[in-house]
Design a protein around this ligand. Structure first.
Ligand code: HEC
Length: 254
C-alpha cells in the first residue's frame, strides 16, 4: 500500500512539473529557409556571407575540419577567390629537409585548420567548455538549422529575474539548461558584408546557419531533386500500369 502511495505522489509531482518547467528550452522559431521544402535550394550569396561570418567570428573558437577550401567552389567562389581566402589561414606542413614541421599559408586543397592544437587547449581557453567542431553541428542538434539560428539570437542580458548565472556563463533562452559558456558571438554589425547587405544580428545569424547547413549537407539540393524525379517517375509508372490494366481487361464481357 505504501508503495502505491509513493507511486501516486511521484505521479502527482511529475504532473505538476511538466518537463518544460525544469528549465528546458522552448522550441526555436521556425525560419523560412530557402532550402526548406521539396524544391528548396541554397542561396549562394547567403552561403558566401555565412562563410564570412564563420571565418571572421566563429573560427576563433570552432574548428570546421571536414571542409576543404576548394569545396567553397560549390557555393560560388572562384578559384582565385578561394586561393585568397585560404591564404588568410596558416596550416602545418613538413617535415622539411631538416626534419622540422613548419607553418605555411593554406592552399585550396587544405582543410580549414583548427583554432586550437587539441581539446585541452580549447577547453583551457574557454573556461573549461569545449567549442564543438561545426562540420556536422546542424545535424547533431535537435531542431537543426532553426536551433542554431535561435541560439545566436537567444541571449538575454541581464538574465531573467531569479536566475543565478555561474562564473563565465551566459543566459541563452534556447540552450538546454539556459546557461552556456559561449559569450554572445554575434551582434549588429559584427562583420562588414562585402556584398553590401546590412549586417543585423538576425541577418548574420541566418547567414552563418545557412552556411553551416550547407557544410553539414552539401548534397541537399541533389537529394531533393532526386526525390522529385523519383516521385514523377512513380506517377508516370502508375499511369502506364493503369492504362495497361484497362487494355488487358477491355475484352472481358460483364
Ligand atoms: C570565444 C569563443 C567562441 C566563439 C567566437 C564562438 N563560439 Fe560557439 N561555443 C563556444 C563554446 C565554449 C561552446 C560550448 C558551450 C557550452 O557547452 O556551454 C560553444 C558552443 C556552440 C554551439 C553548440 C551549442 C549546443 O547546443 O551544444 C554552437 C552551435 C555554436 N557554439 C555556434 C557558434 C557560431 C555559429 C559562432 C560564430 C557566429 C560561434 N559559435 C562562435 C565558444 C565560441
Amino acid at each position: 500500500m505504501k508503495k502505491l502511495f509513493a507511486a501516486a505522489a511521484l505521479a502527482a509531482a511529475l504532473w505538476s512539473h511538466p518537463a518544460g518547467a525544469a528549465g528546458e528550452a522552448p522550441t526555436p522559431p521556425a525560419v523560412d529557409w530557402s532550402f526548406n521544402g521539396l524544391f528548396g535550394t541554397f542561396d549562394r550569396a547567403q552561403l558566401q556571407r555565412g562563410y564570412q561570418v564563420y571565418a571572421e567570428v566563429c573560427h576563433s573558437c570552432h574548428a570546421l575540419k571536414f571542409m576543404a577550401f576548394r569545396n567553397l567552389q560549390q557555393i560560388g567562389f572562384t578559384p582565385e577567390q578561394i586561393a585568397q581566402l585560404a591564404g588568410q589561414f596558416e596550416v602545418q606542413d613538413g617535415p622539411n629537409d631538416e626534419g622540422d614541421m613548419f607553418m605555411r599559408p593554406a592552399k585550396a586543397a587544405d582543410h580549414m585548420p583548427s583554432p586550437f592544437a587539441n581539446e585541452k587547449a580549447a577547453r583551457f581557453a574557454n573556461n573549461g567548455a569545449y567549442p564543438p567542431d561545426q562540420s556536422l553541428i546542424v545535424e547533431a542538434r535537435k531542431g537543426g538549422s532553426d536551433y542554431i539560428h535561435a541560439l545566436m539570437i537567444g541571449y538575454r542580458d541581464p538574465p531573467p529575474e531569479g536566475v543565478q548565472l555561474g562564473d563565465g556563463m551566459y543566459f541563452n533562452e534556447y540552450f538546454p539548461g539556459h546557461q552556456i559558456a559561449m559569450a554572445p558571438p554575434l551582434s549588429d554589425g559584427r562583420v562588414d558584408y562585402t556584398d553590401g547587405t546590412e549586417a543585423t544580428l538576425d541577418q548574420q545569424a541566418k547567414d552563418v546557419t545557412a552556411f553551416l547547413t550547407w557544410v553539414a549537407e552539401p548534397n541537399l539540393e541533389q537529394r531533393k531533386r532526386m526525390g522529385v524525379t523519383v516521385m514523377l517517375f512513380l506517377i508516370v509508372l502508375t499511369g502506364m500500369l493503369y492504362a495497361l490494366k484497362r487494355h488487358i481487361w477491355s475484352d472481358v464481357k460483364h
